[in-house]
Design a protein. Structure first.
Length: 468
């Protein structure tokens, strides 16, 4: 494996010279929910013979692709512990002759951007990896193939059938934390590129392969790559999306509620004020705002028929200092969804107003709740139908899936695609394989779906970027 470069604060010479058009790190904040469609036409269609060579090349290397995905899953790339997995991907990209760039995220730079999530951990050693392919003469459309390396916590391992890091294959499914979300997609990006070259073809457009951190908590990894200057005519992100394309998704805010109580001995509990009980009451009151937002789903395009699109998830609670004391404090971490077109600032104002209106519990005890941003502060987006990049993907999907039509759907979850749509005016195609139990026990990804998605991405690279 090639030795990684040391972290830097500016793009490496090789990456900067290979990535023509990536020097400008300026950003322009667009309206929340901004939607885009690419005006650039695809670089050129493939012949039937070229297409078949690419499809055959994916099949020929799929066992190696699966083995490499297993190896990547065996690296427990939990938040702030992604380095070994990034080392592996750095070596894989460098071994393919890509111009390499690796840098540490800058919390000061990120904090100045309106789309950044709140930072609660040290970013020391927290790095993105980007490999760039640059043709001798850039004639085709450029492309970013993006994916996140960070995974969510595995929970109690005793609840898994096997260790979440074993990366076992059973009945056509690859198991393990991050297998679907989204290491299979990250690897598919590389092997799709391999298939194009194994077919004797060379892309004529610039391609950036991005492996980013922080997708599961702030979105700051992709935002950092954007601020570093990486840009393209289209972005493809192979998240686990059931062989479909995401048409729209929600924004997300992370916040922490804190309620203070009055500690006493349990023998005279009625003279104190239980902060944990009060926190439950506050969350119940906040559910009224959740219900109000869901009642407005008919006002938001693509969300009209979705079942309960807005969720306020209580993901973590802690409080009190002693089992025999009425708790003096309680903190609750909440994840809040918001529709495209609703700014994070507006949603935050409604949340804090709702909390301010809760001045007492059901027994008349006074309540004061503070809210703190703890991660995501992101707005949703819509991918407008019919863009040139989407048309190219439709053709590629049909060829890889035996003539099947590319379907699209709406997801009430966060996606890094918002960085490219909102701050780079670039169509983001979030499209990937079938998975089950992501963020849950026995997470798994369907390998035949991964094979077909890899074929589709390979054909899309060839058509969108052009080949010679």
């Amino acid at each position: 494996m090639t030795t990684p470069t040391s972290p830097s604060t500016t793009p490496s010479t090789t990456a900067a010279s290979a990535a023509a058009g990536t020097e400008d790190t300026s950003t322009s904040t667009l309206t929340a929910g901004h939607s885009v469609s690419a005006a650039t036409a695809p670089a050129g269609s493939l012949t039937d013979e070229q297409r078949q060579r690419i499809l055959d090349a994916v099949d020929a290397s799929f066992d190696r692709q699966t083995a490499f995905t297993q190896e990547l899953v065996r690296h427990p790339s939990l938040r702030a512990n992604e380095s070994s997995a990034q080392d592996l991907l750095y070596g894989a990209m460098a071994g393919r002759g890509l111009a390499m760039d690796r840098w540490q995220l800058d919390p000061v730079e990120l904090a100045a951007h309106p789309g950044a999530g709140a930072i609660e951990i040290s970013y020391d050693g927290l790095e993105n990896v980007v490999g760039t392919f640059a043709p001798q003469e850039e004639r085709g459309n450029s492309l970013i193939l993006n994916g996140h390396i960070d995974v969510v916590p595995e929970g109690p391992e005793s609840q898994w059938t096997r260790s979440p890091w074993d990366a076992t294959v059973r009945d056509g499914w690859l198991y393990g934390r991050g297998s679907g979300d989204m290491k299979a997609g990250l690897v598919a990006n590389l092997y799709a590129f391999d298939a194009v070259r194994a077919a004797g073809l060379t892309p004529t457009g610039r391609i950036h392969f991005e492996s980013v951190v922080e997708e599961e908590c702030t979105g700051n990894g992709s935002l950092s790559a954007h601020l570093r200057g990486y840009s393209a005519d289209a972005v493809l992100i192979p998240e686990p999306e059931e062989d479909m394309l995401v048409r729209a998704n929600t924004g997300v805010i992370w916040l922490r509620l804190r309620v203070d109580g009055k500690p006493t001995h349990p023998r005279e509990m009625q003279t104190g004020f239980n902060a944990i009980d009060a926190a439950y009451f506050v969350v119940g009151e906040l559910r009224k705002l959740e219900a109000a937002w869901n009642a407005k789903q008919g006002e938001h395009r693509y969300f009209e028929e979705l079942d309960h699109p807005i969720n306020f998830n209580v993901g973590k609670i802690q409080g009190g200092d002693w089992g025999s004391s009425v708790p003096a404090w309680c903190e609750v971490d909440v994840r809040v969804a918001l529709y495209p077109g609703i700014t994070a600032d507006l949603a935050w104002a409604e949340i804090t107003d709702a909390l301010a209106s809760v001045t007492a519990d059901g027994n008349g005890n006074p309540i004061v709740t503070t809210a703190t941003k703890t991660g995501f502060y992101a707005e949703g987006y819509v991918l407008e139908e019919g863009g040139a990049a989407e048309q190219a993907l439709e053709r590629s999907h049909s060829a890889a899936f035996g003539g099947a039509k590319l379907e699209s759907f709406v997801t009430p979850g966060y996606l890094d695609g918002r960085v490219f749509v909102q701050y780079a005016d670039t169509p983001a195609l979030v499209y990937g394989p079938i998975s089950e139990a992501i963020h849950g026990y026995d997470e798994r990804v369907n390998l035949e779906s991964v094979r077909r998605i890899t074929k589709s991405i390979a054909l899309f690279i060839a058509e969108w970027c052009g080949v010679e």
